[in-house]
Design a protein around this ligand. Structure first.
Ligand code: MOS
Length: 751
């Protein structure tokens, strides 16, 4: 391999670091109007009247669109059809969409939206998981349960009887706001009476295509979706852009002009999805030597007002609830409850960071109870090749869990950790080990295929269109690298095109750490078609046998004569000889044998493994937690771009440290109290840790060149590691995050 495994600079970096990249706020199209959302100011009830008189007086006001302007189906629910695009009387959270004001400028639209006066008949809202679960009537939808998943393996009661000790603990994890630096934004441009072009800051172009097709009852092909450079997403631009774009599209059709919508930061925080808060109960039976025997786990999630992607979060957290450990008997229930709060959905890991906090805190609680060293407890139970996951899936290959524990421990000098003794500052180390099911898994197999379109030009340039997206994670770089490697040509020739729904088949969502695996395999499949064509043309030109041709580093070589030609010369010849120079590639994940009624079987086709160790310093006077170091080891199968992986782990760790310490998302009476960076404290470079990463390569047979996903695994272990380190430092089990100074001081003061 000449290109893979080398650290490569990102083609998108110069534009993004110098400010030259034009994001949606910088983009205007001719004759464009601006939209601003009008949304419920009550958490639950019905609106009884809408008064536009004041809004109409705002200079530049054009129109107001609402449910009655929707041509076909008023529905935006991505999995469960429970969410109107514009509320039809019933509103279920502060932020539930009622309409969109369009005006000549962004400012006028916002002013007019504020001037819309709405009357309501209120109902009693539900805010907490407990209130929602225990409700007997006045449900938010048909019931208050958004979804439920389970795992039933072995006989847990027998397992508890066979255990020496049964240990129980409860854990809580909070909201997390994505806080992508660029808020939700799009431009919807109508084209005639039945076509629409969308330019958007987005993760899932094909979701948007389907959403708009549904709202207008148009064929999919009438909607062209193009991704603009996207300033962060983290799952927050998975399903939400479908509603932002579909509302803009309804307005654009009504006024027959392009409509741009850019959410203000305040509206973005109130209207869009977050990470699900979890409350978790772990009851685990163990032998005195630390062997895990039996577990009964209950995960409960606050889903907000609509089901959105709760089922994905619930499924994944359920399947991964006990982490990368072997356990013969286990029951897991994962329930998402509807409340009258902003929706929760996709956020880097789909419930994995929450479940990982549960199982990794639990491992340290068990270690403490049994008096076993925490790393030794993990090594005693960690999954190794040939072992079963908690869903009874036997993993034979690409199982690097144990190596990640060993490698992270080496980096952290775990064995010789000898904290400075200080009466005010307490130091601690905490370990956290995880597995992450790659791609969509058994529940999402029907959407788990992706494509590429590779086009060669007679001048030797190569364009790659793919169906997933660059959202800051470095996918463009990886796609370029993998194409160059597969074709045997230099990266300089390759341009990765902005994602556009017309250039590739529906490739599913750009989520679940799918890009390298899906697009990489699609590239390899395209190359199986490209290479024979290249070789055939070269053999014709050089009058040799096709078997004598080899291609590498941009050079086409005829072994029989020793003749060499350049790749661009071959492309020129192909052009002149009327050769088809456009190729497609497709790949879907292997079919999975999984039983949803028991949660037993192949939940995912492959797993990434990782271990992080956090080193913290706790100020016992102020309660401040300083995460000084993160020592990380990642089994990614094969590193495509090592510096890209290090970047992901640094970013994921920073985001995980924020979730574990500084980010304290607050909602009061249904209203977000932390809608800006003054009130919601994202970690800065100073709050983040010094992150060191070791890469472990246990090749995945189904992965391209053996590769597995890294995007989400980068954040999943962090909060558990930080909480374990703080617990270790102060000698108190910290079972709830964020570890704000208040929470730490309360613990130290025995509250
Ligand atoms: Mo991400 S949670 O895979 O959109």
């Amino acid at each position: 391999m000449s290109i893979l495994g080398k650290s490569i600079n990102r083609p998108d970096a110069p534009g993004k670091t110098t400010g030259k990249t034009r994001f949606l706020t910088d983009i205007a199209v001719d004759n464009m109007a601006h939209g601003a959302p009008v949304y419920s100011s009550i958490p639950f009830g019905e609106y009884t009247s809408i008064d536009l008189s004041k809004a109409k007086k705002v200079d530049g006001y054009i129109d107001f669109v609402s449910a009655k302007d929707i041509p076909a189906e008023n529905q935006i629910g991505v999995i469960v059809p429970d969410q109107p695009l514009f509320a039809d009387k019933t509103v279920r959270f502060i932020g539930d969409s009622i309409g969109l004001v369009v005006a000549e400028t962004h400012e006028a639209a916002i002013e007019a939206a504020k001037a819309v006066s709405i009357s309501y008949a209120e109902k009693t809202p539900y805010y907490t998981i407990d209130e929602s679960r225990d409700a007997e009537d006045n449900f938010i939808h048909e019931s208050n349960l958004a979804c439920h998943h389970k795992v039933r393996k072995g006989d847990i009661q027998k397992g508890f009887v066979e255990s020496d000790q049964i240990i129980e603990a409860r854990f809580k994890t909070p909201y997390q706001e994505h806080y992508y630096l660029e808020p939700q934004a799009c431009i919807a441009s109508p084209n005639g009476s039945d076509k629409m072009k969308i330019l958007g800051s987005l993760q899932c172009p094909f979701y948007i295509q389907k959403a708009i097709a549904r709202v207008f009852d148009w064929p999919y092909e009438n909607i062209l979706v193009e991704q603009a450079p996207t300033g962060g997403a983290f799952g927050g631009k998975e399903d939400i852009p479908s509603e932002v774009c579909a509302r803009a599209a309804v307005a654009a059709m009504k006024i027959n002009r392009p409509v741009k919508v850019v959410y203000t930061r305040h509206d973005d925080a109130q209207l869009t999805s977050k990470r699900h808060p979890f409350q978790m109960n772990y009851k685990v039976g163990v032998k005195n030597d630390g062997t895990l025997v039996s577990a009964e786990i209950l995960l409960e999630e606050n889903a907000g007002a609509y089901a959105t992607l709760s089922t994905v979060v619930s499924y994944r957290s359920c399947a991964q609830a006990m982490g990368p450990y072997v356990i013969p008997n286990i029951h897991v229930d994962s329930n998402s409850y509807l409340t009258n709060l902003p929706t929760t959905g996709a956020f880097r890991g789909f419930g994995s960071p929450q479940a990982a906090f549960g199982h990794e805190r639990m491992m340290d609680v068990i270690a403490d109870e049994l008096g076993i060293e925490p790393m030794a407890l993990r090594l005693k139970n960690v999954i190794r090749p040939g072992d079963q996951t908690q869903t009874a899936q036997v993993l034979n290959e690409s199982v690097g869990a144990e190596e990640t524990i060993q490698e992270a421990a080496k980096l952290a000098k775990w064995d010789i950790f000898n904290p400075t003794k200080d009466s005010r500052y307490k130091y601690g180390l905490g370990m956290s080990s995880i597995h992450y099911g790659n791609c969509l898994g058994a529940a999402g197999w029907h959407m788990d295929g992706s494509g590429v379109n590779i086009k060669l030009f007679p001048d030797g340039n190569v364009h790659v269109a793919y169906g997933l997206v660059e959202m800051g994670q470095g996918s463009e770089t990886a796609v370029r690298q993998m194409t160059a490697e597969a074709m045997g040509i230099s990266m300089d020739r390759i341009t990765v095109l902005p994602t556009n729904s017309a250039q590739v088949p529906d490739s599913g969502p750009a989520v679940a750490s799918r890009n390298v695996v899906m697009t990489g395999n699609a590239i390899r499949n395209a190359t199986k078609k490209i290479l024979p064509v290249l070789k055939n043309s070269a053999a014709k030109w050089m009058s040799c046998s096709i078997d004598d041709i080899s291609i590498s580093n941009d050079i086409i070589n005829d072994r029989s004569s020793g003749t060499e030609i350049q790749f661009h010369e071959l492309c020129d010849y192909m052009g002149k000889t009327q050769t088809d120079m456009e190729f497609t590639g497709w790949w879907h994940t292997p079919e999975l044998d999984y039983d949803a009624t028991t949660g037993i079987g192949e939940a995912y086709f492959s797993y990434s493994f990782a271990t992080q160790i956090a080193k913290v310093k706790v100020d016992t006077l102020t309660g401040l937690v300083d995460v000084e170091n993160i020592y990380a080891a990642y089994d990614v199968g094969k590193a495509i771009n090592p510096s890209g992986i290090e970047g992901q782990v640094e970013g994921g760790s920073a985001q995980g440290i924020g979730w574990a310490t500084t980010e304290d998302f607050k909602i009061k009476d249904g209203k977000v109290q932390t809608p800006n960076l003054t009130t919601y404290l994202l970690p800065t470079a100073l709050d983040s840790a010094d992150v060191e990463t070791t890469i472990v390569e246990k090749p995945e047979p189904e992965g391209p060149w053996g590769a597995k996903g890294i995007g989400e695994p980068s954040i999943i272990p962090t909060a558990g590691a930080v909480a374990n380190a703080v617990s270790n430092a102060i000698g108190i089990q910290m079972n709830e995050i964020p570890l704000t100074p208040e929470r730490v001081l309360n613990a130290l003061n025995g509250k």
